[in-house]
Design a protein around this ligand. Structure first.
Ligand code: ATP
Ligand code: AH0
Length: 372
């Protein structure tokens, strides 16, 4: 049996709220998160990333420069992390780096995550696995979401169905029927925090709505909610995945203009929180699972108002965050990319065709070796 090895996962998600780094001990039947840290994204880099998520001029030069700058930043985060936790490069078997998604267009056959892994491997001298999504696209898959396979490996119960709900910038669910070999389902339900963040930044210059207090102070505008819910994505059957290409500030501003009536800013925020909660609840209801337990992860787990709106719309047997399953909601995604690096280096498939729609299971990621 292979010895337990340490892997680092690096995740910079669609919210652009920071870079999550986590280290885990992994082998065939063991996964233990050892530590996690979040590092800031410098304001200028964040601006550059956001600008590249929408079509604009001179994209290739800006893309190339940002790919390099993010590679350096991810490497720096890993090096700081290693020092903080009194580790050495030789203690880490590999890094799994998700990269920063700047464009996700599976319908056109591509998805793009940047942050040059050559730089990460060169600076840290640790083998780096990256570019996890594109092999799934080779087989007709969405390339996302990828975490359901990790959720299945860690969180399946033998007794009852579980749903793992990630509320990051986007929200995605994984439905885990009892027993690990049963059929898994998972997909992006739509916006998680991305519109809440965009609206509070636009209206009040805060980067996020702490505990959802601003949303809680407003009232849901039912007609505006109906208009937002008429978006085609919410009607589409899975497999499906989405991103900032669809859900962004201008998407909201255009709909507010179409709506044509003044809505108080706090009521817009309340309506956006309701949109996230209702679109998730619709998807949960669609699967009609008895006695289901729902576990939340991602930054949205800290939004008290959003959690209470979810509880109002979903009646599972239990609603809790993934702490209850032994993994902090803040580190699930970074932990998943540590696990995906492990899967790659063990020559094990990483995608889940039932989730992404790929025609087959496949190895995910490219390997950038250390030079020791
Ligand atoms: N205390 C809090 N109160 C309210 N919202 C919070 C709180 N903490 C985090 N969030 C929300 O969670 C977001 C970050 O979530 P997370 O780190 O899971 O996103 P991500 O990894 O970028 O997303 P994705 O899963 O889409 O890749 C923040 O932008 C914010 O909206
Ligand atoms: C293309 C892309 O980066 N998608 C992200 C995003 O953030 C949440 C949701 O949309 C999910 O589909 C995915 O991330 C996680 C890590 C995943 O692949 O499971």
């Amino acid at each position: 049996m292979a010895a337990i090895q340490r892997y680092i996962g690096v995740m910079s998600g669609t919210s652009l709220d920071g870079i999550d780094v986590a280290v885990a001990e992994i082998d065939e039947d063991h996964f233990r998160l050892v530590a996690g840290e979040t590092y800031p994204i410098p304001a200028q880099l964040r601006k550059q990333i956001l600008a590249l998520t929408q079509p604009s001029d001179n994209e290739i030069d800006r893309l190339g420069e940002l790919d390099t700058a993010l590679g350096e930043l991810f490497a720096e985060c890993v090096s700081t992390f290693i020092r903080t936790h009194q580790l050495k490069a030789s203690d880490i078997h590999a890094i799994g780096s998700h990269g920063q998604t700047i464009r996700h267009r599976p319908e056109r056959g591509f998805t793009l995550q940047i942050g040059d892994p050559n730089i990460i491997a060169a600076r840290t001298n640790i083998t780096t696995v990256a570019d996890f999504r594109r092999r799934d696209l080779c087989f007709g898959g969405q390339g996302a979401p990828l975490v359901p396979a990790f959720h299945q490996a860690l969180f399946t119960s033998n007794e009852r169905s579980r749903i793992i709900l990630n509320i990051g910038g986007m929200a995605n669910i994984t439905l885990l029927p009892p027993h690990i070999d049963s059929n898994l389902t998972g997909y992006d339900t739509g916006p998680g925090n991305v519109l809440l963040d965009a609206w509070i930044t636009h209206s009040r210059q805060f980067s996020f709505d702490s505990s959802g207090q601003w949303a809680a102070s407003g009232s849901v505008d039912q007609d505006l909610l109906t208009l937002l819910l008429s978006t085609e994505y919410f009607q589409q059957p899975p497999p499906k995945s989405t991103g900032r290409e669809l859900f962004h500030l201008d998407w909201l501003l255009e709909r507010l203009e179409t709506y044509g009536q003044p809505v108080a800013p706090a009521d817009v925020q309340a309506t956006l929180a309701e949109l996230t909660a209702i679109t998730i609840a619709h998807e949960v209801a669609r699967h009609n699972l008895d006695e289901v337990e729902l576990y939340v992860c991602g930054g949205g787990a800290h939004n008290t108002h959003l959690m209470s709106r979810l509880e109002a719309h979903i009646q599972p047997r239990l609603i809790a965050d993934t702490h209850a399953l032994g993994l902090s909601p803040d580190w699930v995604e970074a932990a998943a990319f540590a696990w995906l690096a492990y899967r790659n280096l063990q020559q094990l498939s990483g995608n889940c065709p039932a989730v992404t729609g790929a025609s087959q299971a496949t190895l995910l990621g490219g390997v950038y070796p250390a030079f020791r």
